[in-house]
Design a protein around this ligand. Structure first.
Ligand SMILES: *Cc1c(COP(=O)(O)O)cnc(C)c1O
Length: 345
């Protein structure tokens, strides 16, 4: 597969904006910067941030064992996903493939870009991709296939062999959204990047890393793909405060790793408790920090929980999710309150 043939012609032709910080790169010591029309009085954020986020990317590169030139950072994964659609999909011509029930942003971002979304539901009852249907429904204009694994809202990972088959046979880019991978026993697809030129993996600091508020999404792909994304991203898309906070937090992952262990233990405890709740009819297996369950009447139970001060996600209107509710795993204290309330309903 030739990746160049998949890129929008107008994007291939773009000459990127060259910012002041791009044009002069040098050691920051002892220089007087009069090139970017910044306010010179130091307050910690008066200078533009590093447009290439070199220090932060070097840290992520070390942690994940992926070269820096294979990493692009975004203002949340949502920016990364938007950039991918804009790089590969010609508005009103190309399309993306998604596998409902799944993360809602893929379709929203496609709509914003006037790109059609082709939907191929996951299988029942295991919520796995149906590879033959996917390849049958793909057209010559299908540029991106979004695989969310572990999948939101169902919680399960997709079979490794199914993903490998799709990587081998889909004639476009396969984006694996690994927002919840740190909660899963399944291996990340990151170490397969060099094997599959059409593989893009996205991750985020919003879930396991506990930094939803700083908005940092990560895209991993071949240097060929990343270099084009770099060309079209806004020059200063990762702000200074985000870069500082991410570098600080990623410097010591002990706390995050402990929190992940606690959340996984809490998930087991919550699933045990769900077993005893008479109106919970089915608990779906979860590789993430949330659990989807099927109840007798999702709308009623959702409202009852709100009346008791607990907000969960009602997924009943999603395909294959009739009467399904999604519970995020909270702290032990929060989960204990949840369990107590569930038993009174
Ligand atoms: C939460 C979530 C994200 C994270 O998006 P950010 O913009 O990085 O916060 C991405 N994908 C899925 C499937 C999610 O559930």
């Amino acid at each position: 597969m030739n990746i160049q043939d998949l890129i929008r012609p107008s994007i291939k032709a773009i000459k990127p904006y060259s910012s002041a910080r791009d044009e002069f790169k040098g050691s920051k010591d002892n220089l007087i910067f009069l090139d970017a029309n910044e306010n010179p009085y130091d307050n910690g954020v008066n200078r533009y941030p590093d447009p290439q986020q070199s220090e932060l990317k070097a840290l992520i590169s070390k942690i994940k064992d992926v070269p820096s030139e294979c990493i692009l950072l975004g203002n949340g994964s949502d920016e990364v996903l938007d950039l991918l659609i804009r790089m590969f999909c010609e508005p009103t011509k190309d399309n993306i493939l998604i596998l409902p029930p799944t993360y809602g942003m893929y379709e929203v971002l496609a709509n914003v870009n006037a790109v059609e979304t082709i939907k191929i539901n996951l299988s029942e009852p295991m919520f796995q991709p149906k590879p033959t249907s996917i390849l049958d429904d793909a057209t010559i204009n299908s540029k991106l296939l979004f695989l969310c694994s572990p999948n939101n809202p169902t919680g399960n990972c997709f079979e490794t062999s199914t993903i490998a088959f799709l990587l081998d046979n889909f004639k476009g880019i396969v984006v694996i959204d690994e927002a919840y991978i740190d909660f899963s026993k399944q291996e990340s697809w990151l170490n397969q990047l060099s094997k599959y030129p059409n593989l893009v993996v996205t991750q985020t600091l919003s879930k396991a890393y506990g930094m939803a508020g700083i908005r940092l999404g990560i895209c991993y792909a071949s240097a060929e793909i990343i270099s084009v994304l770099n060309k079209i991203k806004p020059p200063y898309n990762i702000n200074e405060l985000t870069q500082i906070k991410a570098i600080e937090s990623l410097g010591d992952l002990t706390l995050v790793n402990n929190q992940i262990s606690c959340l996984l233990e809490e998930k087991d405890a919550l699933i045990k408790a769900f077993d005893e709740v008479y109106f919970i009819e089915k608990i779906f297996p979860s590789d993430a920090n949330f659990v989807m369950v099927k109840v007798d009447d999702a709308n009623t139970r959702y409202q009852q929980l709100i009346d008791n001060g607990i907000v969960i996600r009602n997924r009943t209107s999603q395909p294959l999710c009739d009467n399904c509710l999604r519970f995020t795993i909270g702290t032990k204290q929060e989960n204990d309150i949840l369990i107590k309330i569930l038993k009174t309903l």
